[in-house]
Design a protein around this ligand. Structure first.
Ligand code: NAD
Length: 271
């Protein structure tokens, strides 16, 4: 007997889906049958992923927008509702350090660093989550999932602002789940461990990557498609009793001591 996960007839929005983890989530939700709206700050990236999805015979549209901009977010969600006929699944994947920001000792974080990192990780979650939740409540239910980080679950030296912002999203999930549950809206988070996206590849030295693998119980990093399949599951009816949770998908890294003793091994913005 097989147990299919079927998103046929559903509509989904994935933010920051023009590259990396979000791209893979959009592709797998489409493969599971959903009509997917692909968001990215960069229209060219969103269009390219839409082309990949439609080339596989699945359905997708591009909705370029900066998820830090409340007006743009509201317009994006309205566009998804109009063009796809509703919104059943929302995956809020935008995050990371914004351009120009990089890990640093705590005492060197200034107001602008905190502002930009919170904007890119917590405010995007609040703005997108609000617009999506309002529409889902009107329509009688849905599933919202935030992509947070393993960094939100443990001390994150030299990356304090990012880890604090992601931890705040994990907590936001619990409040949203309690408020929105009676309206049939589930709210969860998935917290990836280190995943070799282009952004991460550009940020870590080889030595740092090897140290992470060595300190991870499964002795490897997490693959994009492994995260995408988890999202397909968590947003499906197979997970319909799960809300207000975050699921750590990190090859066991949480259990080990893989933190850097200093900020060596980081060449540019990371997680
Ligand atoms: N890669 C990892 O190791 C890792 C680990 C833990 C958590 N995460 C989280 O996973 C998520 C995706 O990470 P990734 O490595 O795939 O990122 P990425 O940098 O590879 O891709 C992010 C995409 O989002 C787009 N984007 C950036 N800012 C945006 C904005 N304001 N509005 C709309 N689109 C925007 C970018 O153009 C890019 O296409 C992030 O939330 C990140 O914090 C990543």
């Amino acid at each position: 007997m097989s147990i299919p996960i079927d998103h046929a007839g559903r509509t989904a929005l994935v933010t920051g889906a023009g590259a990396g983890i979000g791209r893979e989530i959009a592709r797998w939700l489409a493969r599971a049958g959903a009509a997917v709206a692909v968001n990215d700050l960069r229209p060219d990236r969103a269009e390219a992923v839409v082309a990949e999805i439609t080339d596989e015979g699945c359905t997708a549209i591009a909705v370029a927008a900066d998820c830090r901009d409340e007006t743009a977010v509201d317009a994006m969600v309205a566009t998804v509702a109009n063009r796809l006929g509703g919104l059943d699944i929302a995956v809020n994947n935008v995050g990371m350090l914004p351009p120009g920001r990089r890990p640093r000792p705590f005492v060197r974080y200034r107001y602008d660093d905190w502002h930009d990192i919170i904007d890119q990780n917590l405010m995007v979650a609040a703005l997108c989550g609000r617009a999506e939740a309002e529409l889902m409540v009107e329509r009688g239910g849905g599933s919202i999932l935030f992509v947070t980080s393993g960094e939100a679950t443990r001390p994150s030296p030299y990356n304090a602002a990012y880890a604090a912002a992601k931890a705040a999203v994990n907590h936001l999930v619990t409040s949203m789940a309690v408020e929105l549950g009676p309206a049939g809206v589930r709210v969860n988070a998935m917290a990836p461990g280190t995943t070799m996206t282009e952004t991460v590849a550009a940020a870590f030295t080889q030595e740092r990557m090897e140290a992470i693998v060595e300190a991870t119980p499964l002795r490897r990093m997490v693959e994009h498609d492994e995260l995408a399949r988890l999202v397909v599951f968590l947003t499906s009816d197979l997970a319909r009793c799960i809300t207000g949770q975050f699921l750590l998908a990190d090859a066991g890294a949480f259990l080990s001591r893989s933190r850097p003793a200093n900020d060596e091994g980081l060449t540019s913005p990371i997680r």
